[in-house]
Every structure is written in structure tokens, then in C-alpha cells.
Design a protein around this ligand. Structure first.
Ligand SMILES: NC(=O)c1ccc[n+]([C@@H]2O[C@H](COP(=O)([O-])OP(=O)(O)OC[C@H]3O[C@@H](n4cnc5c(N)ncnc54)[C@H](OP(=O)(O)O)[C@@H]3O)[C@@H](O)[C@H]2O)c1
Length: 326
């Protein structure tokens, strides 16, 4: 099969480690697994960090990356794949908390090849109201954001939410879902063009990164990390909460403990989403008429250009890889 394969990692030249192969072996499903013919995927920072050999990245190479999987099962049904692959009965409450859970593309092959295999319980039907490219944006960016906002963050209608870094897949999903759920949404961006797009997407206000807010907020969604953390802490009301699922600009940040304990702020981590959260999110998106924002679409043969677009950071929404058409 055709596949883009990570052969190794290199911090300084990560894209040199990604090779296009025309005759990579088609993976065989093991017990409890099914094979999917992949239609589309997206580029996520997890893929880039794996190629860079970043902290937490698995060192097993060669590997097919790609954490969003949509396509067809062996009966031809249109499907999407949920998760993190974890055991919901591991004893900690849900599959994302299973200490042995794996992200897609860590143990099993990911989506940047024509076929992949996944645990059968992570496969759900793709709703007909989403096309394959839209559905490809949902597992990593949207499901993560749904859990982050509503399960972990307990976002409530009428609350004021600050969403840092308007352009990413997570922040575009957060703006859309928080607005549809009845929150007052303030987005930040370094770029005037992205601030305008954030307003078009549903934000009530869009301010420059780091700009002091007129009034404090109840909840902050911060996946930018080092560049915005201090602003996130300073923008919260006493008793407010920051929900984090990533640190694009780095995680080496002063925690400012006095600000956290005197002002009784909660810092909440969130990762991935459960199968049932993904199903609820799809119902929410359908009821509210929400669709993901697609920044650009690249064929598998141009995956290096797609990675460059992601690494440059000037995107708005998700970068999609079209695997099935050629
Ligand atoms: N834990 C999980 O399950 C999970 C799932 C999905 C994603 N994540 C993580 O969440 C993070 C967000 O991912 P993403 O793919 O949605 O978006 P992304 O490509 O990481 O970009 C997010 C935003 O970061 C902002 N940014 C970048 N450099 C900046 C800087 N120097 N100063 C200020 N802002 C800066 C940009 O905002 P502007 O350009 O608008 O200023 C951009 O829109 C990543 O770290 C990713 O790994 C985690």
C-alpha cells in the first residue's frame, strides 16, 4: 500500500525522517481489531513531535503516523475511529485514564497509509451529514475539546470563556462549541486576520495575544502553553479554572503558586476523549449545526508540504490529508 512512514526522528530536520513508500505492507488485524481503508486524516502536532523525537514520543520506528482515522470498514461502511485506545474497565473511570492507554499511531499503525488496523470498540459509524474530510478533523481536535470544555472544564451556559490562540484545530473547535453552548467567548490571536476569523466563527470578542481583558473570565482554554500561561492566570476570576491539553509553545512555565492558591484557581488537565464523549459531541454538533474549519487539504503525496504548513503555525483550522483519492 502507499504510506508516509516515519523512519526515525530528528529534532533538527524532522521532515527528512518521513518517507513516502509505494509498497508498504498492509497491516493485518489481530484479535479484537478490524482493518480500515483510510479515506482521510489530519496533521497534528503529535505527529510532528514524534518526528522530532520529542518528550513522550514513542521511539519505535518505522511507524505510520496519523491520529485521525476515517474511512471504510471491511463491509464498506463509512466509519470514524475514536480515542485513545484504552480499556474502559481498567479501574480508573474511563478509557482515557487507563495507565496503559495508547494514542492512535503509537502501538498500532496510524492513518497516513491506505490501510490501518484499530480496536473494534473504537470504530463508530460516520454520520452522513459530515463528509470524510470534515470527519477527519474530529477525533483529535474536536473530541479532545469537547472533553476539555464540558467533562473536565464543566463549562456552563452564561460563563465567560477565554480561548488562547485562535487558529489551531483545538481553539477553532473551542470557539464553535463554547459559543453554541451559550458561553460568552473571547479569543486571542497574534494575527489581526485570525482575530477577524475568530469573530466570524462565533467569538464575541477577539483580542491581541496578551492583551488585558476588560473583565475576568470563569474558564480559560489554554493549549498554547508558555507564551500565554501568565495571561491565562491573570485573566481568571477568583475560583476560576484553566483547562489545558497541550503546550505548543513549551511547558517550562512558572506555575505562580500564590496566584493559584490565594485566588483558589483550578488547573485542570485533559487528554483525548472517550467513545461516549465522541458520540455525544457528534449529537451536539448535529443539533447546533457545527462543522470543523478546514484550513487546507493535501494529497498523501504532498504530506511534507502539509507538515510544513502545520509547523509554520499560520493556519486556521485543520490541515487535512486526503489518502483515498489520487
Ligand atoms: N492532549 C490531547 O489530547 C491533545 C489533543 C489535541 C491537541 N493537543 C495539543 O493542543 C495544542 C493545540 O493544538 P492545535 O493543533 O489545535 O493548534 P496549534 O497548531 O498548536 O496552534 C495553536 C495556537 O497556538 C498559538 N501560538 C503558536 N505559537 C505562539 C506564540 N509564540 N505565541 C502565542 N501564541 C502562539 C497560535 O495562535 P495565533 O497564531 O492565533 O496567535 C495557534 O493558533 C497542541 O500543543 C497539541 O499538541 C492535545
Amino acid at each position: 500500500m502507499r504510506a508516509a512512514v516515519a523512519m526515525r526522528s530528528d529534532e533538527r530536520d524532522p521532515l527528512a525522517c518521513l518517507e513516502l513508500k509505494d509498497a508498504w505492507p498492509v497491516p493485518e488485524p489481530g484479535p479484537g481489531q478490524v482493518r480500515i481503508r483510510v479515506a482521510a486524516s489530519t496533521i497534528n502536532l503529535h505527529d510532528l513531535w514524534t518526528l522530532r523525537g520529542g518528550a513522550g514520543a514513542s521511539e519505535t520506528f518505522p511507524r505510520v503516523l496519523g491520529c485521525d482515522i476515517v474511512g471504510w470498514d471491511e463491509s464498506g461502511r463509512e466509519v470514524m475511529v475514536t480515542g485513545a485506545f484504552g480499556d474502559p474497565d481498567a479501574g480508573y473511570g474511563d478509557e482515557t485514564l487507563d495507565p496503559r492507554r495508547k494514542l492512535i499511531s503509537e502501538d498500532l499503525p496510524g492513518a497516513f497509509g491506505e490501510y490501518t488496523v484499530v480496536p473494534a470498540r473504537n470504530v463508530i459509524a460516520k454520520p452522513a451529514w459530515l463528509d470524510m474530510q470534515q470527519a477527519a478533523c474530529l477525533n483529535v481536535a474536536w473530541s479532545t475539546t469537547y472533553r476539555l470544555l464540558f467533562t473536565r472544564g464543566q463549562a456552563q451556559p452564561g460563563e465567560r470563556a477565554l480561548i488562547q490562540g485562535a487558529g489551531g484545530g483545538v481553539s477553532t473547535a473551542a470557539i464553535s462549541m463554547a459559543r453554541a453552548a451559550g458561553l460568552y467567548v473571547i479569543a486571542t490571536s497574534r494575527s489581526e486576520a485570525k482575530r477577524k476569523r475568530a469573530l466570524d466563527l462565533g467569538a464575541h470578542e477577539a483580542v491581541a495575544t496578551g492583551e488585558r481583558l476588560a473583565q475576568p473570565v470563569d474558564i480559560v482554554v489554554d493549549t498554547v502553553g508558555a507564551a500565554t500561561w501568565q495571561h491565562s492566570l491573570r485573566s481568571l476570576r477568583p475560583g476560576g479554572r484553566i483547562v489545558t491539553a497541550g503546550a505548543t509553545t513549551g511547558s517550562d512555565i512558572p506555575l505562580e503558586l500564590p496566584r493559584i492558591f490565594y485566588r483558589q484557581v483550578s488547573v485542570i488537565g485533559s487528554t483525548s476523549a472517550t467513545r461516549s464523549e465522541t458520540l455525544r459531541m457528534l449529537s451536539f454538533m448535529h443539533a447546533a449545526g457545527l462543522r470543523p474549519v478546514i484550513d487546507s487539504v493535501f494529497p498523501l503525496e504532498r504530506i511534507h508540504d502539509a507538515f510544513k504548513r502545520t509547523a509554520e503555525g499560520d493556519l486556521f483550522g485543520n490541515v487535512v490529508i486526503d489518502i483515498a483519492s489520487r
